[in-house]
Design a protein around this ligand. Structure first.
Ligand code: AKB
Length: 314
């Protein structure tokens, strides 16, 4: 039987690119995009789906004979701080419902995106190891860390084939991300290409782990494709590509736009960024399923400018 895939949050930064890639691989009709908003681009087949509505979720799984779920819908770190209880409900209670439903109906494979936001001040800041103290400071981080534990539990207890990655900040040209602390690394390109000065909400020297979207999508699909027995981490894999500061990405963009200006006006997101770590040890992913990133800062900046110039028609 052919796999049928459901993606939640499919209009988001990762979801829209993942849906297209999975459709190329599995066939258009075998990938169902779902979200709480109508797509403003070709993201069909599509169903409206509020992840908090367990009954509707069960109907959609049944109606479309779903066998795999990529559960991407979430409220990110910065936006989550404005409504902690709602964020917990969306980022955690919904996940627990969907895990339970997946186990009940016999979903074959489940993807849960985690994040570097699970780390906290007790976590080693450099080359953060896979197994380390977490103590996250945002409700987004708390919900994702708890989600990781439940993923591990569902695998151990019910043999639900859950796979997960701790994404760094994702940089892509396809959309502007919304509500994250790493969003500056996408916004900065839009400003440069439009000839505007960029007001950065993080300090010049705030180093964070980051990844180009192509690497993130390829890594996700490779993990989900890999043989079951190679997957040794059922909470969530550390995943890394590069780390940079706002000043470093600015300097790289300036090579293409010498007159580009930046001003640093850190806001509440600075504290969030400082509670995360600077670089990640992802050796488990590299060893277990041969993870390898392809984009470094130079290559990413070159590609982002080329692709975004096309979209913004400059
Ligand atoms: C955010 O900034 O909240 C996200 C993340 C690192 O998970 N991009």
């Amino acid at each position: 039987m052919k796999d049928k895939i459901l993606i939640t949050g499919a209009n988001g930064q990762l979801g829209r690119v993942l849906a297209a890639r999975l459709r190329a691989k599995y066939g258009k009709d075998n990938v169902l995009a779902t979200d709480i908003k109508e797509p403003d681009f070709d993201n069909y087949p599509f169903e409206f789906l509020d992840i908090l509505n367990k009954k509707r979720f069960a109907e959609v799984i049944k109606d479309h004979k779903i066998t795999q779920i990529y559960h991407l819908a979430a409220i990110l770190s910065a936006k989550g701080e404005w409504a902690p209880k709602k964020t917990w409900n969306v980022n955690f209670n919904a996940v627990l419902n969907i895990l339970a439903l997946s186990e009940e109906v016999g979903i074959k494979r489940f993807f849960f995106p985690s994040t570097i936001a699970v780390f906290g001040k007790t976590t080693p800041r450099q080359m953060t190891p896979q197994h380390c103290p977490l103590l996250p400071e945002t409700v987004y981080g708390i919900s994702k860390a708890t989600g990781e534990y439940w993923c591990n539990y569902f695998y151990k207890r019910y043999k639900l084939d859950v796979r997960s990655l701790r994404y760094p900040g994702i940089v892509g040209y396809q959309s502007l991300p919304e509500g994250g602390t790493t969003d500056y690394a996408v916004e900065i390109f839009h400003a440069a290409i439009k000839g505007e000065k960029y007001i950065c909400f993080l300090d010049a020297d705030t180093r964070l782990p980051m990844m180009y979207i192509e690497d993130a999508i390829r890594g996700t699909i490779e993990l989900m494709d890999d043989r079951h027995e190679n997957i040794s981490i059922r909470s969530s894999y550390n995943l890394a590509a590069m780390s940079f500061t706002p000043n470093e990405i600015y300097q790289e963009i300036k090579k293409y736009y010498p007159n580009f200006e930046i001003e640093y006006k850190p806001d509440f997101r600075q504290k969030i960024a400082e509670s995360w770590t600077e670089s990640i040890d992802d050796s488990y992913a590299r060893k277990d399923w041969n993870w390898n990133h392809q984009y470094d800062l130079q290559e990413m900046v070159k590609t982002m400018i080329k692709e975004l110039r096309n979209i913004l028609k400059t």
